[in-house]
Structure formats: structure tokens, C-alpha cells
Design a protein around this ligand. Structure first.
Ligand code: F0G
Length: 456
């Protein structure tokens, strides 16, 4: 069948206010051409992130009513812990309000001046937490992972030769080895089970704990089932367990592959590390049986973890991404291939070659998508990465626009609408002009900086 079968019916809807192109032109101008400045009810299809923006199921909403809000020892915590351990058999599960809080706690233990932490690719908040502790993060993804056109099935894999050389060179300054599944910063590309196991074996050989950033573990397991030899007949929960069985700990954002609107956790096997982590948690997040979450959040995540590993869901989820990418590719829109798990990445620099990187082709495309179709994506390029601490500005490695797909939220019609907007854009793209930044903060400028079009 060609139609993507959405394996759910809709019980409750959120209306989308249909704006006109003229209205949107004014709205984005009023937001100084920064898409983070828009009110979300002025957006038709919001693809800014897949984090916390998914639809909860009827069973999740029902579970929230069981939420027990006791400060200590809530049964909701024990249900949450059981659901996590069913998939990720770690000794200690420490809830946090979201993924970055788990990272902050982890690097309060493993970070610090002079420490060096390798990963396939650290996500921004992971790197931010590493650097805030005084440590350095390094990305050792395979070369294919940096080539938007490479068809390698596991472009998120760690380069094992680079990792071994890194461990030999940096010895005692490496507190742990990490891997992010799927590799968000690299286009939502998966990591194979064999690569996870080989990374774990290398870490063990050098006596380093191996930590998985597991945000999109179920999507990663689906890719392993589809693409890795010998995995096709296995159940998703079994593949998931194999991934985490070789790790010493994990960080997690339950806003991704746990169908939560909020939540996360840090899991560890080592008793002493877990004790340190819990002490930090009590100071910053809350008592270890709620960790900054309400009991109802813990219930929603526990139920979400049972649903996220269902194959009908994962088939629909990944197929949606593939479908959009196939259609955009057929239109001649340069996209990162093959399809990753949670997002479509468009290569704005090569699609808009008349706009130089310092005039922000990614931002230009993101603004055009909003004006033309009310679609909100996110620039991942020179606006995000181009400014240096000394104020110099250079082109980022790529100028991409990320269209992240919220879970169970939009339908194939919305995907078709998105493709139609690109069809129209293809007709007018050569007339688009770039932007200049008129105001920017010192750090993380992409969230709040203001732009002006170079030609009105
Ligand atoms: N790790 C990865 C791989 C992520 O994608 C994110 C969040 C985090 C950690 C942090 O988790 O948001 O719960 O604190 N990614 C979101 C995104 C924000 O849009 O990609 P958090």
C-alpha cells in the first residue's frame, strides 16, 4: 500500500487557525524574522522540534489520573522505574525534569577542567553541559555521517579507529565514552547494534564507563531491525535491551521516545556514582522518587514507553519521514539522505546557491517556508554556529533547515501540504534574498537574534 497508515484514530483535536500569506508576512516581520519569536497559534504546521510536542494516547491520559503526588515513595515512581527497567536494565533510574537536567548531573560527576568526552556527536545541550563544567566534548562520527548524500545505513556510527586513537592519546583525561542514538545533530541517523557493542568494548578495554544518550532509542531500534544483518526477525524491545545491556548508564529526554510532554532520566549501574547523582538531584531537581516531575508525568512516561516500541507505530513514524524525503528529492530539493528518524533536513546552501552563507540561506528558506505555507522549521547553520567567542563570524559547515516531525501529531495530508509548499517554493526560490542580523545576544544567538531582509 502506498498510503501511510496512521495507526490511531483521533479522539480529541486541536484546531489550527488558518492564516493567509499576507498575515504571515506581517507576523514574521513583527517577530524580526526569527521563527522562535512567533506565537505558535500563528503557525499552521509546527516542525520546530519533535521534543515534547507529540500527542499523548488515551491510555496515557488515563494513566495521568493515577498520578500519585506523594513527595517520597510514590507508586507512580515505581511504575515509571519498572517501565524503564523493562527496556533498559540499569540498576539505578533517577528521574529528571528533562534530558538536559540528566546531562547536568552526569557532568557534575564526569566533567571538570581538563576532562575530554568523546561521542559520535554530542547534542547541543550535552556539549553545553560538558563545556559549562570546564570539560571538552569531541565528535567522532564516521566520515559518511558528515556527507549529506552518503547512503550508508548507519550514518550515526562512531568511528572506532578514531575513538581508539583518542583513548590512547587522552588516557586519564577521558572520564567516559558516549554515543547518541539516533544521532540528532547528524540528521537523526541511526547507530548499529554492532557499533554500539564495539564502542562499549573499546570503552571497557580502556576502563571507561560507556553512557548512551538514548533520546530516540526506539527509532534507532527500528532502523537496526530494518537495516542490520540478523536483526530483521527480532522484537523491538529485545533490540532495545541489547543496546543498553552493554552500557554503564544513560541520559534520556522522555520528550522524545517516551511520548512525554516533559520528563527525562539518568540511569547508572555504579552504586557510588548513583549516590552522587541522587545527592545532586535532591539539590537541583527534587527527591529521587520524583526528580522535578509530578506523579502524573511519571505515569504518562511509563505508559508512553510501552507504546513507543510498537511496530505499527514505528513503521508509520519512519515511513512518514521517508515519504517526505522521497517526494522532496523528486522535486530536486536537496535533502539529507537516507531518511533519519525524527526529522527532514534540507540543504539550503545548495538549494539557494545565490545566497552566500553569511547572508543565511538556511534562515532565508525557513522564513520563506513560513511566509508561503505557515510551516515553522529551524535553521541549523551559520545563524546557529557561525559566531565565535571573539565576535568573528564564519560560515558553518552546512546551512540546513530541520523540519522535525512531532510524534502522532500530523497526518499524511499535512505531509502532502508540506510537499506542495516546497513545489511552490521551487518556482520562486531564485528570487529570494538573504538577511542581515541587526541585534544579537552574546550567547546562543539563534533563539533571540533579530534580522532584516537584505532586499525588502
Ligand atoms: N539529547 C538529544 C539527542 C536531544 O535531541 C535533546 C533534545 C536532548 C539531549 C536534551 O533533552 O530537551 O529534554 O533537555 N533535543 C530537542 C530537539 C530539544 O529539538 O532536538 P531535553
Amino acid at each position: 500500500m502506498k498510503t501511510i497508515f496512521e495507526p490511531f484514530r483521533i479522539k480529541s483535536v486541536e484546531p489550527i487557525r488558518v492564516t493567509t500569506r499576507d498575515e504571515r508576512k506581517k507576523l514574521i516581520r513583527d517577530a524580526h524574522y526569527n521563527l522562535f519569536g512567533l506565537h505558535s497559534d500563528d503557525v499552521l504546521i509546527d516542525l520546530l522540534t519533535d521534543s515534547g510536542t507529540g500527542a499523548m494516547s488515551a491510555a496515557q491520559w488515563a494513566a495521568t489520573m493515577r498520578g500519585d503526588e506523594s513527595y517520597a515513595g510514590s507508586p507512580s515512581f515505581y511504575r515509571f522505574q519498572k517501565a524503564v527497567k523493562r527496556l533498559m536494565p540499569f540498576r539505578h533510574v533517577i528521574p529528571t525534569h528533562q534530558g538536559r537536567a540528566a546531562e547536568a548531573i552526569l557532568f557534575s560527576i564526569f566533567g571538570g577542567e581538563g576532562q575530554k568526552i568523546p561521542s559520535n556527536t554530542h547534542f547541543d545541550t550535552t556539549r553545553g553541559n560538558i563545556e559549562a563544567s570546564g570539560a571538552e566534548g569531541h565528535d567522532l562520527v564516521i566520515a559518511e555521517g558528515k556527507d549529506p548524500q552518503s547512503a550508508h545505513p548507519f550514518k550515526g556510527n562512531m568511528d572506532l579507529a578514531l575513538l581508539e586513537a583518542y583513548l590512547l592519546e587522552n588516557g586519564d583525561s577521558v572520564p567516559c565514552v558516549m554515543t547518541t542514538i539516533t544521532n540528532n545533530a547528524g540528521g537523526g541517523q541511526p547507530v548499529s547494534l554492532a557499533n554500539i557493542q564495539a564502542t562499549a568494548a573499546l570503552a571497557r578495554k580502556f576502563g571507561k564507563p560507556f553512557i548512551i544518550d538514548g533520546c530516540r532509542f526506539a527509532e534507532n531500534a527500528w532502523f537496526i531491525k530494518q537495516r542490520e544483518e540478523g536483526q530483521g526477525a527480532r522484537a523491538i524491545p529485545d533490540i532495545v535491551r541489547d543496546c543498553f545491556a552493554v552500557a554503564d548508564g544513560m541520559t534520556m529526554s522522555a520528550k522524545k521516545d517516551a511520548f512525554g510532554n516533559i520528563g527525562g532520566w539518568l540511569a547508572l549501574n555504579d552504586n557510588d556514582l548513583a549516590e552522587q547523582a541522587r545527592n545532586h538531584l535532591i539539590r537541583t531537581e527534587g527527591f529521587p522518587t520524583y526528580g522535578g516531575l509530578s506523579g502524573r508525568d511519571l505515569e504518562a512516561v511509563a505508559q508512553g514507553l510501552a507504546e513507543i516500541v510498537e511496530e505499527d507505530y514505528l513503521r508509520y513514524r519512519i515511513r512518514t519521514n521517508e515519504y517526505i524525503i522521497e517526494r522532496l528529492d523528486a522535486l530536486g530539493v536537496p535533502v539529507v539522505k537516507p531518511a533519519g528518524g525524527h526529522a527532514v533536513f534540507v540543504d539550503a546552501r545548495s538549494w539557494l546557491p545565490h545566497i552566500p552563507p553569511l547572508e543565511y540561506p538556511g534562515q532565508t528558506l525557513a522564513v520563506a517556508l513560513y511566509e508561503l505555507g505557515g510551516i515553522r522549521g529551524c535553521e541549523i547553520g551559520t545563524v546557529m554556529f557561525g559566531i565565535h567567542p571573539d565576535g568573528r563570524e564564519t560560515a558553518a559547515a552546512m546551512d540546513l533547515v530541520r523540519l522535525a516531525i512531532p510524534r502522532r501529531t500530523y497526518t499524511q495530508s499535512h505531509a502532502d501540504y508540506l510537499i506542495e509548499v516546497f513545489e511552490e517554493l521551487a518556482r520562486i526560490k531564485d528570487n529570494l534574498s538573504g538577511f542581515r542580523i541587526t541585534r544579537q545576544p552574546r550567547l546562543m544567538r539563534h533563539f533571540t537574534c533579530q534580522f532584516e531582509p537584505l532586499q525588502a
